[in-house]
Ligand binder design. Structure first.
Ligand SMILES: NC(=O)c1ccc[n+]([C@@H]2O[C@H](COP(=O)([O-])OP(=O)(O)OC[C@H]3O[C@@H](n4cnc5c(N)ncnc54)[C@H](O)[C@@H]3O)[C@@H](O)[C@H]2O)c1
Length: 251
């Protein structure tokens, strides 16, 4: 990863920041592409204070003009973009019959359309160079469903399909498209879910065969591997990093 340019959306906090740190530790220059300017700027400053190479770029993934402009800017500034991680996400949970339509629209806009807009913009750049990797952050919730999560589930199931669709379309042109599907990792998103009464850490732990939550570093390790040359024959694949969650039926 030495001197590779790695862009991570929604990397101001949580999993995205852990991914950024993992790539930076391996010598990459990381771009924190984040909606929230406070966390985005702070994340980049923290990484630089740790001796890493990082920059903050404002990005709302719902806006395709912004992702296209960011790709153009970074291509001029650095000459190449090697890895792009579609990580930005939101959690809007409610019973399906009562779900405000804004929950549905926002979930699809950020996690599915946003991932496609970014992939299209950076994919054009990577295809022209004949090299690059896009990593989409899905979820076990895109594979096995849970009440109150229709919008989130469908957005993440779409992300898994997007990884396959783009992966096969670009497979012969040097661009790999891969995904990671985590189970539960304690981030601000999960803290908010618990605070809303949408599950408890105890239940999440008991639902996991390993009987514990994942750590951001464990998810980052999988993202890093899939983005690296060690995964050169892997494309159109979403890897579960879930402590056995999906394989487990009895609860
Ligand atoms: N934490 C988990 O247990 C878990 C499990 C499976 C999948 N995921 C997925 O991992 C990803 C990261 O989740 P997290 O737990 O770190 O959540 P988080 O809420 O801590 O971080 C999400 C980040 O995305 C940013 N973001 C939101 N909307 C955006 C937009 N329109 N444009 C750019 N950035 C935007 C937020 O500002 C925030 O920094 C999400 O896609 C989430 O669905 C998380």
């Amino acid at each position: 990863m030495e001197n590779r340019i790695v862009v991570i959306t929604g990397a101001g906090q949580g999993l995205g920041l852990a991914f950024a740190r993992r790539f930076a530790q391996a010598g990459a220059h990381v771009v924190i592409a984040e909606l929230n300017p406070d966390t985005g700027r702070h994340a980049a400053e923290s990484l630089r204070a740790e001796g890493f190479s990082a920059q903050f770029e404002p990005l709302d993934v719902r806006n395709p003009q912004q992702s296209a402009a960011l790709v153009d800017r970074l291509a001029v500034q650095h000459g190449h973009i090697d890895v792009w991680v579609n990580n930005a996400g939101i959690s809007r949970l409610a019973p399906a019959e009562q779900m405000p339509l804004s929950y549905w629209d926002d979930s699809i806009a950020v996690m599915l359309s946003g991932a496609f807009y970014c992939a299209q913009a950076v994919g054009r750049h990577m295809l022209a160079r004949g090299a690059g990797v896009i990593v989409n952050i899905a979820s076990v919730t895109g594979m096995a469903h849970h009440h109150d999560r229709a919008a989130y589930s469908v957005a993440k199931a779409g992300v898994i399909a997007l990884t396959e669709a783009l992966g096969i379309e670009w497979a012969g042109r040097g661009v790999r498209v891969v995904g990671v599907a985590p189970a539960v990792v304690l981030t601000e998103m999960v803290r908010a879910t618990v605070a809303e009464g949408q599950g408890t850490l105890d239940v999440f732990e008991r639902r996991t065969p390993m009987r514990r939550l994942g750590t951001p570093e464990e998810i980052a390790e999988a993202v890093f591997f899939l983005a690296s040359d060690d995964a050169s024959y892997i494309t159109a694949e979403t890897m579960r990093v879930d402590g056995g969650w999906i394989a487990y039926q009895l609860f």
